[in-house]
Ligand binder design. Structure first.
Ligand code: FAD
Ligand code: SIN
Length: 541
């Protein structure tokens, strides 16, 4: 089969991938792969907005210091300063490309409405009502469609990177193998540069705000190719998702707390002041742990979020999507509290990159949620991920131009995908069962509160699952479920390995066996590579 060939391959069509692709298409040919429909990405689900210094009362220093505080000692100051300072330009580019952020009429001057969220000392979150991500995807999707050199291949799942081992022992990436879900053929996609922009991995947990595409494929592919992965123990749980069996962890934006919503127990008592001086606006890890602790203390299924003291017309206008969705489950935000629980939300760790998106593998770049730049440290500040993805999508493009602008090296001749003696998958139950087992054990043993014993138990089970899935993978013809399952178990293993290594509590990683910070030993990133896999610890007798 003819390979697909272009100057740049972008794996992922969310905010990071599309911003890079649109810019690059002015200089060469670009192929964007999306594993499902092109508008199905974490980006499309973003509610609260994008954080950026925008008002004259705000300052870069303040945004930097809020980000460092949330990151609990582990952010790279250089990354924070660079990304925060690039924020306004990235937002302006989104606006130029057609994004319509909400405005307020400020005495004749039409200005952008700036939202407030936990951990931010200023109003600095640009948003499009409570559907910010949909609006960004609309604008970027339309802009991409107008770029003649850019083609988006929907329903193409990248399977593995095409990597070459160079004479000096280093590696270079020349694209990827990708499964066309329409024909079920695995195609070779060759490119002079590749950007991983595959988003997060919320599906590794049983309850998550993330859509089904979020299975950590970029991290798993980069790891298999030998790139260092870091900080995977810092998985962020969003404190407030609607508690309803049919709601699939529907997110109730932090922006509600920014506009005064209060967390309450079933008897109406507000409890956040007992946990943090900033109460509902404390950093997200603090709020999620407080809710978890109250639920465990009182044996509750959920706590409640109450914004009914704000004028009903305001709530309906500011949060139209959340209002309507809650109403569809018979909860009226304007008249009383709604039930909420935490759910897995954001992967702070990922493929290690520099501040130009470069990974340790030549010609391979990563941006957005799949990358680890050092911005978030041990805990991400609200609305800093769209910011990071937008800034790093743009910066990756600049780096590629610098690195490869005059490059004339020809790609090696990679073989066609060889299915070998693989057979058609007959026992779907094996896939669904393993999938369910991984997600449940991650939720139960590697959740908001951890312990050495639970992590060891998770690790042993994951090693077993790894072996089973590995055998199954090579014996069966590929489909997207199998690709995702293999990636998901790898991501689960990386989360657990990083969590086991960190013998302290910091940011999003809280373990009852090491409840304090240990700055002497642990003020550093946890980095994992394919080549330093540890054997599973023996089961206790
Ligand atoms: P994504 O937008 O997730 O895009 C990933 C792309 O990769 C998709 O196109 C997908 O199809 C593709 N892909 C994945 N694997 C493969 C593969 N193997 N082959 C081919 N394609 C692949 N952040 C904020 O800053 N502010 C918010 O208000 C906010 N709200 C959020 C609300 C929700 C409910 C969720 C889930 C997240 C929210 N976030 C928010 C986080 C933020 O949306 C994401 O971190 C960000 O959008 C990630 O962008 P991205 O470009 O890295 O990836
Ligand atoms: C939200 O709207 O609460 C999500 C914001 C974020 O994840 O940054």
């Amino acid at each position: 089969m003819e390979p697909i060939s272009s100057d740049l391959l972008v794996i992922g069509g969310g905010i990071a991938g599309l911003l890079c692709a649109i810019k690059a298409s002015h200089f060469g040919t670009v192929t964007v792969l999306t594993k499902a429909a092109s508008d199905e990405a974490n980006t499309a689900y973003a509610q609260g907005g994008i954080a950026s210094v925008w008002s004259v009362d705000d300052s870069f220093e303040s945004h930097v210091s809020d980000t460092l505080r949330a990151g609990d000692g582990l952010c790279s100051r250089m990354a924070v300063e660079t990304i925060v300072r690039d924020g306004p330009d990235a937002v302006r580019e989104l606006i130029t490309l057609g994004t319509r952020f909400s405005r307020v009429d400020a005495g004749g001057d039409d200005e952008y409405d700036l939202g407030r969220e936990g951990g931010h000392s200023h109003r600095r979150v640009l948003h499009a009502q409570d559907l910010t991500g949909r609006e960004i995807m609309r604008a970027l999707g339309e802009a991409a469609a107008d770029c003649p050199n850019l083609r988006v291949l929907e329903n193409h799942v990248a399977v593995n990177l095409l990597t070459e081992r160079r004479r000096d022992g280093s590696r270079a990436c020349w694209g990827a193998y990708a499964l066309d879900k329409g024909t079920m053929a695995v195609r070779k996609v060759v490119a002079r540069a590749t950007l991983l922009a595959t988003g997060g991995a919320g599906k590794v947990y049983l309850y998550t705000t993330n859509p089904d595409i979020a299975s950590g494929d970029g991290v798993a592919m980069a790891y298999r190719a030998g790139a260092p992965i870091a900080n995977m123990e810092f998985f962020q749980f969003h404190p407030t998702c609607l508690y309803h069996p049919a709601a699939k962890s529907f997110l109730i934006s932090e922006a509600l707390r920014g506009e005064g919503a209060i967390l309450r127990l079933p008897d109406g008592t507000a409890f956040m002041k007992r946990y943090h001086q900033d109460a509902e606006l404390a950093p997200r890890d603090v709020v999620a742990r407080a809710i978890d602790s109250e639920m465990k203390r009182l044996g509750l299924d959920c706590v409640y979020l109450d914004i009914s003291h704000r004028p009903a017309a305001y709530v309906r206008e500011r949060f139209p999507n959340i209002y309507k969705r809650c109403l569809s489950y018979a909860y009226d935000l304007t008249t009383g509290p709604i039930p909420v629980v935490p759910a897995a939300h954001y992967m702070c760790g990922g493929v290690v990159t520099d501040l130009c998106g470069r990974t340790a593998i030549g010609r391979l770049y990563a941006a957005g949620e799949t990358a680890m730049t050092g911005l978030h440290g041990a805990n991400r500040l609200a609305s800093n991920s769209l910011l990071e993805a937008a800034v790093m999508g743009r910066r990756s493009f600049t780096a590629m131009r610098q690195d490869l602008g005059h490059d004339i090296t020809r790609p090696p001749d990679f073989p066609e995908w060889d299915p070998g003696s693989a057979a058609r998958t007959e026992q779907r139950v094996l896939i669904t069962h393993s999938w369910e087992e991984i997600r449940r054990l991650m939720w139960n043993y590697v959740g908001i509160v951890r312990s050495d014993r639970r992590l060891e138990r998770a690790f042993r089970r994951i090693q077993l699952l790894q072996q089973e899935i590995h055998g199954y993978y090579w014996d069966h013809l590929l489909d997207s479920d199998l690709i995702e399952l293999r990636n998901l178990v790898t991501v689960a293993e990386l989360v657990v390995r990083c969590a086991m290594a960190r013998k302290e509590s910091r940011g999003l990683h809280y373990t009852i066996d090491h409840p304090e910070h240990d700055d002497d030993r642990w003020l550093r990133e946890s980095v994992v590579r394919r080549d330093d896999v540890q054997p599973a610890p023996a089961a206790p007798a």
